[in-house]
Design a protein around this ligand. Structure first.
Ligand SMILES: [Zn+2]
Ligand SMILES: [Zn+2]
Length: 290
């Protein structure tokens, strides 16, 4: 297939997929999965609020709700799907020229599903932990990641407030390791739903830390320190980089929960002057002043 054909098919294919998802829901439906999990975690915020005085429709609630749908659907619809299909085609063409036709190093599809689940969770989360550290340490990446850190009041939807460049950076870094173990990025619906749930909870206004499981799973009590306005002198680039799992922060000594983070200031230096609209946040990482 030609590159142009792939580009065109990506748009029409994704459009049909999205309409089908909305009109003909199945048990593997991403659209309703996002809605159901969002409502579920929001209900938990209502039932067990950590900051009692935080409004139900907190600061930037609607901005973040828009980000949720943009990053989950619209960005894929508009550009990501086409770009990634082209990228995959170019990558495979390049490999074929080098005589490599099969990248799969490990055939895990023969293993029990729960083992596949754990392997994919651990591999993907480990790669993402390192990418997240880089988002903090590399100045031009930090400009994009600042969008996520501009959250000043935490609630479940803050999870998906991030610049679309992060989608490209994360998915590109995941492509090779996941292909090598025989998985596509979005193949595993249950795993995807699980990571959305944990991510929503990490940002929710709930006081959960999951008891002893806090050493395995990231949680709201831990992740709020990742959003602290001021990082400790010992970790100037940040703390608690975990996405779904917290184990990497304990292994690499970046775990930091000095006290209850319930009322700490969030954001970064001068966050009050950071643009508050979606379109301005889209543009600002590309400008010099960000
Ligand atoms: Zn971060
Ligand atoms: Zn976060």
């Amino acid at each position: 297939m030609s590159y142009l054909q792939i580009f065109e098919d990506s748009f029409t294919g994704y459009w049909h997929y999205l309409v089908g998802e909305i009109l003909h829901p199945t048990w593997h439906n991403y659209f309703y999965m996002l809605i159901v999990l969002s409502i579920l975690v929001w209900l938990l915020e209502i039932a067990w609020p950590w900051r009692q005085d935080q409004a139900l429709f907190r600061k930037d609630f609607w901005l973040d709700a828009f980000y949720m749908f943009f990053n989950f659907f619209l960005f894929s619809l508009v550009v990501y799907n086409a770009l990634s299909n082209l990228g995959v085609k170019a990558f495979n063409d390049m490999l074929a020229r080098m005589g490599i036709t099969n990248l799969v190093a490990l055939h895990i599809e023969t293993l029990p599903v729960w083992v596949q689940f754990i392997i994919m969770l651990v591999v993907a989360d480990f790669v993402q932990w390192w990418v997240h550290v880089l988002l903090h340490r590399v100045p031009w990446l930090w400009k994009f990641h600042k969008v996520h850190h501009s959250v000043e009041q935490m609630g479940f939807a803050a999870h998906l407030r991030y610049h679309w460049m992060e989608t490209i950076v994360y998915k590109t870094s995941l492509y090779l390791p996941l292909t090598m173990i025989g998985f596509g990025i979005d193949d595993f619906f249950i795993l995807h739903a699980f990571t959305v749930l944990i991510g929503h909870l990490n940002h929710a206004n709930v006081p959960f830390s999951y008891g002893p499981l806090r050493y395995v799973f990231n949680n709201p009590v831990m992740h709020i320190w990742h959003h602290a306005k001021v990082f400790p002198n010992s970790h100037p680039y940040g703390v608690n980089f975990g996405i779904t799992l917290s184990i990497w922060d304990y292994i690499f000594k970046t775990a930091y929960i000095p006290s209850s983070g319930r009322d700490i200031s969030l954001g970064f230096d001068q966050v009050e002057n950071y643009p508050g609209s979606f379109w301005k946040q889209l543009v600002i990482p590309f400008t010099r002043k960000s």
